[in-house]
Design a protein around this ligand. Structure first.
Ligand SMILES: *[C@@H]1O[C@H](CO)[C@@H](O)[C@H](O)[C@H]1NC(C)=O
Length: 239
């Protein structure tokens, strides 16, 4: 009798083990499905949080070029002044401190950027270099609109045998989930607007700094300014 009980016990434990393992996986699967469903739903409503739009930013870039020809600083100041006058500070935070430039190494290219706006669903920066650079655009979770202010940007995607050419006043739209090789052959500065999911883009923007340049002050200031801007936007309800 006692021997039978003993023999049954390990069997019982084994069954418990199997069902608790199943429970664990069922829970994990449920959490994963909930996560996917939530994110899928958020993705369909993310446009509600957009404040800027590609068309008016393109017009603004063109107006800035017309107002300050051959004067990059004048163009930048025109853009920031216009945005500050157009959008109330209760709706969106715009960083007016145009002395806040940081290096940006990403996808093998190098330039500097001034972050005008950063939130969860949008960013607006001035990016460029007077020297020229070349690299991979990155594969992003946001649509990217590159409004050329000064110089030219060249680009190509695999399959193309001729390059695309973007002069001042034009806009290079890189749809979400697509990538190209790009080159700022000589000096080039652009107003870059991204809309979609911004946080997943940040690792690409910082990877070269971590794995190549090891420029810790640049890493620190990029993270500090981006974090500060995203937080200040969240505090006024701009997602
Ligand atoms: C901002 O720029 C746009 C495009 O040039 C223009 O239509 C608009 O009137 C400007 N707004 C202000 C407040 O300057």
């Amino acid at each position: 009798m006692a021997a039978t009980k003993k023999a049954q016990k390990p069997q019982q434990t084994k069954n418990d083990g199997t069902s608790s393992c199943l429970m664990k996986w069922a829970t994990r699967l449920t959490v994963l499905l909930l996560f996917v469903a939530t994110f899928g739903w958020l993705d369909t409503i993310k446009h509600r949080w957009y404040v800027f739009d590609p068309t008016s930013l393109h017009e603004l870039a063109q107006a800035a070029i017309a107002a300050s020809p051959d004067d990059t600083a004048g163009m930048i100041s025109h853009i920031v002044t216009n945005l500050t006058a157009t959008y109330p500070s209760t709706q969106i935070r715009i960083n007016r401190d145009s002395s806040e430039w940081v290096f940006n190494n990403a996808g093998g290219a190098m330039g500097a950027m001034y972050i005008i706006h950063a939130s969860i669903t949008e960013y607006l920066i001035i990016f460029g270099t007077p020297l020229g650079t070349e690299g991979h655009t990155g594969l992003h979770s946001a649509d990217d609109y590159f409004n050329i202010l000064v110089g030219e940007q060249w680009a190509f995607a695999p399959g193309a045998l001729e390059m695309e050419r973007y002069p001042p006043g034009s806009v290079h739209h890189l749809p979400r989930g697509t990538a190209k090789q790009y080159k700022m052959h000589e000096g080039c500065f652009a107003l870059e607007y991204a809309r979609g999911w911004i946080p997943p883009m940040l690792p690409f923007g910082l990877a070269d700094t971590i794995t190549s340049t090891l420029d810790i002050p640049t890493f620190y200031h990029t993270a500090r300014i981006t974090g500060r801007e995203m937080l200040k936007n969240l505090l006024i309800g701009k997602i």
